[in-house]
Design a protein. Sequence first.
Length: 367
Amino acid sequence: MRKVKVGLFFFGNIQNDARCNNMILSLSKNGYCVDAFHLAKTTQIKKNIKLIGLQNKHSKGFLKFYCWFRLIKKISLKPYSYIIASDLYSLAGLKINKKKFVIYDVRDFFNELTSLNNKPFKKMFWGFLEKRRLKFTNSIITTSPEDLKIVKNNFNSFGHLKYFTIYNFPYNYNIKKHNYLRDKFQINKKNKILIYQGILEKGRGVRLLVDVVAKTKDLVFIILGDGPDSLFLKEKVNLLKLNHKVFFHNKVAYKELLDITSSADFGAALIKPVSKNNIYALPNKLFEYSACGLPVLCSNMPSMTKTIKKYNLGEVVNVYDERGLEVCLKKISNNLSFYNKRLLKNNLTWEKQEKKFLEIFSYKKNV
């Protein structure tokens, strides 16, 4: 019997993206063949899976998007029964039509990103492209119920769309605690380890954490990742002479991320409300920290607050209240065993989301 083929498109490197990895593995495990197109230099072939690297000559700005559009427009979609656009940049660039079953993963409000603040024409441009492609789209995926409400309201003129909420839970990898970070950076046993893992850019609260950690006894801070704010953070740490308290770890592939994260004591996700996209964010790292047995300190945004309280994942704090942040850091740091016991009761794994995700593929295209 011929296997059903799925084409997945992602404007980034899939090796570093948990959500794409989870979707691909679920589809492969359930008998689908997946061709996943992404920004990479090489192509990798495994059972039922092809990770097809597309090389983009431009690393930033409009030319990066334009080059991606040109690359994916050349790809024939004829072999695929289902198309997954993992971002607006892929949905806008693909040569789709009403004969294809198209799934759009609205993982962000792409025309409300922080990078588009004070750029009304760019917001209008991306909003126009999104609406234009929705008539060729069949199913919409969101990452939280709060996002779902907003997306349904934004797309209310497209009555044909079916909606699904798929949380960013990680696979259950049976992660074991170890001392990788403590050994790598020669951290004293009496010190607790706070970790931030993810992109380094303004609005992520990492700058503030550096300031607060500087004043907090028996606490060190690991910054794992890369991004436009990386150089500023390193200069800040050097200027404040915090090299004994704040350490930088290079960005790693997703398959290594959880293992490394598990060697910390607790995690931070202090996104600032500098854009609509940030306000309603529900980042992967909340669930990745939980899977690693780490309590979380996060911003008091709607989706994050609701999730933290519902699953007892940690504490929420006003990201602009430096004193409150300091108090919360000490509270978690001094009561890790209490938080760890609560985390043991959770089972927030992708396996729970897989059934809902696969349900999308039970629908047939009516043409």
